[in-house]
Design a protein around this ligand. Structure first.
Ligand SMILES: *[C@@H]1O[C@H](CO)[C@@H](O)[C@H](O)[C@H]1NC(C)=O
Ligand SMILES: *[C@@H]1O[C@H](CO)[C@@H](O)[C@H](O)[C@H]1NC(C)=O
Ligand SMILES: *[C@@H]1O[C@H](CO)[C@@H](O)[C@H](O)[C@H]1NC(C)=O
Ligand SMILES: *[C@@H]1O[C@H](CO)[C@@H](O)[C@H](O)[C@H]1NC(C)=O
Length: 673
C-alpha cells in the first residue's frame, strides 16, 4: 500500500513540476492583438489602464507629471546557463491632447517592479537624476520632448537607456525603406500607430520602428554592440512592459498590440487587422480647428465664387461683337472697356441726353498725354443684318470734312448695341437752347449764324462730298453747339440703320413727324426731303417752337400752316419767337420765307441746298411767291393724319410707336418734355 501512495505522491509532484514548467515555457512567448480588461496577466501601475471596449492599453491619462506602467505579470526567466536573448514587437500610438506634448513612453526590461524613487517627465517613470539606484533597467524610449540635462538629441527620437535616462545610443525617429533605399523620417506624436521592434542576441541590441503598414525594416534604426546585458539580465527573472510619463505637457500613450518572445524565432506575429484603434479625442482644440478649417474652406469657396463671378461679370460687361470684316476698320474700333471706363460705366453723371437713336453719354478718353472728351451714343440694335453696310457707311462718313459737321471718331459693336463715338459738343443740342424757357434766349444773330452753318453743312453733304449724302433727319435736336455756339450737324445717315431694320414695312416711314416731306413715304428719302426738313428747321429756329405743338390753339398747331397764316394776315413777323428782342426784320422775314419755300409740298418747287445757302447769305434774290402760291403753307399727309389731330398724346404715342421709334420720339417732344 505504502509504495502505491508514495508512487501516487511522486506522480502528483512530477505532474505539478511538469505543469509549472510548461506554464513557464508558455509564458516566455506571448502575443496581444489588443488588450482585454479582464486579463490579469497585465499588471497596471499609476495612471495606466485598459480602456474598456476599446481594448487599448493607455499609460497616462492626460494628467501632468504623471507616470503609468503596464507590465507582464510573469517575469521572464533568463537562466544562467543560457545565452541572453529576447525579441519584442509592439504597436503603440502617441496622441497629442494639448498644445505641448511630453514626454513619451518606453519599453522596459526590469529586474524589479518596485520603481521607488523613479520620476516622471524625462525619466519615463523608470529613472531619476541618479540613474536607477534600486534596480537594473534596460529601456527603449520613444521621446517626444528634448530635455537638455539627459542629453536628448531632439524632441522626436528613439534611444536605448541602460540604468539611466541618458541614452547609450539615440537616433531621430525614422525608418529604413527598402523601396526607396533611404531613411524616412517619422513623427512619433502624430497619433498614428507606430511599430517598434526590439531584438537582443549575443551582445547586439537592435531597435527598429516603422509605420503601421510597413514591414520590419531590413536595417535597424539603432544597432548597438556595446551593450552587455549579461550583467543586468543573466540568471535573473526579468519583468517586461511599458512605462509612460508626462511632464508639464501631456500626451496620450497607447499600446495597441504586443508580442514578446525569449527566442527571436518563436516571436508570434501581431495581427495588424485585429488591432484596436487608438482613440483620437475630438477635443475642443481639434473641434475648433476642424470648424475653422470648414469655415476657411467655405470662405475660400465663397471668395473663389466671387472671383469667378466677377470674372464672368467683367467678361460679360466688356463683351463685344467683332467680325472679320471689321478688321479693315481697326483704328476706328474702340474697345467697349475703354468706352465703359471713359463714361464711368455709363453713369448717370455722364448722361448728356436721349437722342433719336439712343442715349448719349459724355466720355473722357485717355489719349496718351492729352485727355480727349467724346460723346458716346448707345444705339440699341437688334438686327445684325445690314450692320456691315451700316458700319461701312459710318466709316465712310469719317471722310466727310466740314467745319459744321460733328466729326465721328469711331465705333464699337456689342450684341444688340452699337456705340458711336463722336467729338464732344460742350453746348449740347440746339433744341435745348430753343425750347428751354429758363435759360437765356439764344439771340437772333446767333440763330441766324447757326442756320447758315447748318445750311452750308447740308449743302456740302448734298453736293461737295464724294457721293451725295442724305441726312434724313434734319431737326433742331440733331444740331449741336460747340464751345463757340457754332452749329454742328450731327447724326447724319443714322436713320439708314433703321430703314434696314428688322421690319421692312417701316422702311419708308423713318424720319420725324413734322419734318417729313410728303413724298418720303412713297419715294423714300432724297436731297429734296432733306430740304423740306431744313425748311421746317428754319421756321422752328425762327419761331422758337416745334413744328407740331398740341398745347396751343388749333390754328397755331402746325407751324408751316401758322407761319403762312401770319403772312396772309397782318405780318409774317407775328410768327417769330416773341422772346427775340433785337433782330433784323428783313432777315427774319427772309428766313421765314426760305423756310416756307423749302417746305413746299411739291418737291420740284423746293430750292436746292446750294441755293438756300445763297438765299441765306443774301447773295441770291428769293423767287417771287405768295402765301397763296401752290404748295406753300400746306401740310403733309403725315402731319394731317386725323389721329394726330384728335388723339390724346399718350395713345398717340403708342399708336405711332409701331411705325418707327423716331416718330414716337418726336411726338413725345411735341407734348413738351
Ligand atoms: C488619472 O489617473 C490618476 C491615477 O494615477 C487618477 O487619480 C486620476 O483621477 C486620473 N485622471 C483622469 C482624468 O482620469
Ligand atoms: C541622488 O543621490 C543623492 C546623493 O546620493 C541624493 O541626495 C539624492 O536625493 C538622490 N536623488 C534622487 C532623485 O534620488
Ligand atoms: C541587428 O542588426 C544587424 C544589422 O542589420 C544584423 O546583422 C543583426 O543580425 C541584428 N541582430 C539582431 C539580434 O536582430
Ligand atoms: C559581458 O559581461 C559579462 C559579465 O560582466 C562578461 O563575463 C562577458 O564577457 C561580457 N561579454 C562581452 C562580450 O563583453
Amino acid at each position: 500500500m505504502f509504495p502505491m501512495i508514495r508512487g501516487a505522491l511522486l506522480g502528483t509532484i512530477w505532474m505539478m513540476i511538469y505543469c509549472v514548467c510548461t506554464s513557464f515555457q508558455q509564458e516566455t512567448t506571448f502575443v496581444y492583438n489588443g488588450f482585454d480588461q479582464g486579463d490579469h496577466r497585465i499588471h497596471l501601475q499609476g495612471g495606466a489602464k485598459i480602456i474598456p471596449k476599446k481594448d487599448v492599453l493607455q499609460l497616462t491619462n492626460a494628467t501632468t507629471t504623471q507616470i503609468g506602467r503596464a507590465f507582464f505579470e510573469q517575469p521572464i526567466e533568463f537562466k544562467p546557463s543560457e545565452p541572453v536573448s529576447f525579441s519584442t514587437h509592439f504597436v503603440c500610438a502617441l496622441v497629442s491632447v494639448s498644445e505641448v506634448s511630453s514626454h513619451g513612453m518606453a519599453f522596459f526590461v526590469s529586474h524589479s517592479t518596485d520603481f521607488e524613487g523613479a520620476e516622471p517627465s524625462r525619466y519615463f517613470g523608470l529613472f531619476n537624476a541618479n540613474g536607477s539606484a534600486s534596480t537594473r533597467v534596460l529601456a527603449v524610449e520613444l521621446d517626444i520632448a528634448k530635455a537638455v540635462d539627459v542629453l536628448d538629441i531632439n524632441d522626436n527620437h528613439v534611444g536605448i537607456d541602460v540604468n539611466s535616462a541618458v541614452s547609450v545610443v539615440a537616433a531621430p525617429a525614422s525608418y529604413f525603406s527598402d523601396k526607396e533605399g533611404r531613411m524616412i523620417d517619422m513623427k512619433l506624436v502624430s497619433g498614428d500607430p507606430i511599430q517598434v521592434w526590439v531584438d537582443y542576441e549575443g551582445t547586439t541590441l537592435n531597435v527598429s520602428i516603422a509605420t503601421l503598414h510597413n514591414k520590419k525594416p531590413s536595417r535597424p534604426l539603432l544597432s548597438s554592440t556595446s551593450i552587455n546585458l549579461t550583467e543586468i539580465v543573466q540568471g535573473r527573472r526579468m519583468f517586461v512592459g511599458f512605462s509612460g510619463s508626462t511632464g508639464s505637457g501631456v500626451v496620450n500613450q497607447y499600446v495597441l498590440g504586443w508580442s514578446f518572445s525569449k527566442l527571436m524565432a518563436s516571436l508570434q506575429k501581431i495581427d495588424i487587422s485585429k488591432l484596436p484603434k487608438a482613440p483620437h479625442p475630438i477635443n475642443k482644440r481639434n473641434y475648433t480647428s476642424l470648424l475653422s478649417d470648414v469655415l476657411l474652406s467655405l470662405l475660400a469657396l465663397f471668395v473663389l465664387g466671387l472671383l469667378f463671378g466677377a470674372y464672368m461679370y467683367r467678361r460679360n460687361l466688356y463683351a463685344e461683337v467683332k467680325e472679320d470684316w471689321e478688321n479693315a476698320y481697326g483704328p476706328l474700333r474702340y474697345s467697349y472697356k475703354s468706352l465703359y471706363k471713359a463714361t464711368k460705366g455709363f453713369s448717370k453723371d455722364e448722361f448728356i441726353g436721349r437722342g433719336g437713336f439712343g442715349e448719349v453719354y459724355k466720355g473722357t478718353l485717355p489719349r496718351s498725354t492729352e485727355m480727349r472728351e467724346v460723346a458716346v451714343k448707345k444705339v440699341a440694335h437688334d438686327g445684325e443684318q445690314g450692320m456691315k453696310q451700316f458700319v461701312a457707311e459710318i466709316v465712310c462718313m469719317r471722310s466727310l470734312k466740314h467745319r459744321s459737321l460733328v466729326p465721328l471718331l469711331g465705333y464699337c459693336r456689342r450684341k444688340h448695341e452699337l456705340l458711336l463715338v463722336s467729338e464732344y459738343m460742350p453746348n449740347g443740342s440746339l433744341d435745348y437752347h430753343l425750347f428751354n424757357d429758363d435759360g437765356p434766349t439764344l439771340p437772333w444773330g446767333r440763330r441766324f449764324a447757326i442756320l447758315k452753318d447748318i445750311a452750308s453743312a447740308l449743302s456740302y453733304l448734298h453736293t461737295e462730298a464724294d457721293q451725295v449724302v442724305i441726312h434724313r433727319d434734319i431737326k433742331a435736336s440733331n444740331v449741336l453747339l460747340d464751345a463757340e455756339f457754332n452749329g454742328r450737324l450731327g447724326d447724319f445717315g443714322m436713320s439708314r440703320l433703321y430703314e434696314r431694320g428688322a421690319d421692312p414695312t417701316t422702311t419708308a416711314a423713318v424720319g420725324t413727324v413734322g419734318y417729313m416731306a410728303p413724298e418720303v413715304t412713297t419715294f423714300g428719302p432724297s436731297t429734296g426731303t432733306d430740304v423740306y426738313a431744313f425748311g421746317v428747321f428754319l421756321l422752328e429756329v425762327t419761331c422758337g417752337r416745334r413744328p407740331v405743338e398740341l398745347r396751343v390753339p388749333a390754328e397755331e398747331r402746325f407751324l408751316i400752316k401758322w407761319v403762312c397764316e401770319c403772312w396772309r394776315g397782318s405780318s409774317l413777323l407775328d410768327a417769330m419767337d416773341p422772346r427775340l428782342k433785337e433782330f433784323s426784320s428783313g432777315e427774319v422775314e427772309r428766313v421765314l420765307k426760305i423756310g416756307l419755300l423749302c417746305a413746299n409740298l411739291a418737291p420740284d418747287a423746293r430750292p436746292s441746298m446750294e441755293q438756300v445757302v445763297q438765299y441765306l447769305n443774301g447773295n441770291l434774290a428769293l423767287p417771287e411767291f405768295w402765301p397763296y402760291s401752290p404748295g406753300i403753307g400746306a401740310l403733309t399727309p403725315t402731319t394731317l393724319s386725323p389721329e394726330l389731330l384728335s388723339l390724346e398724346s399718350q395713345s398717340l404715342a403708342s399708336s405711332l410707336s409701331n411705325t418707327s421709334m423716331f416718330i414716337t420720339h418726336t411726338v413725345l417732344y411735341g407734348n413738351g418734355r
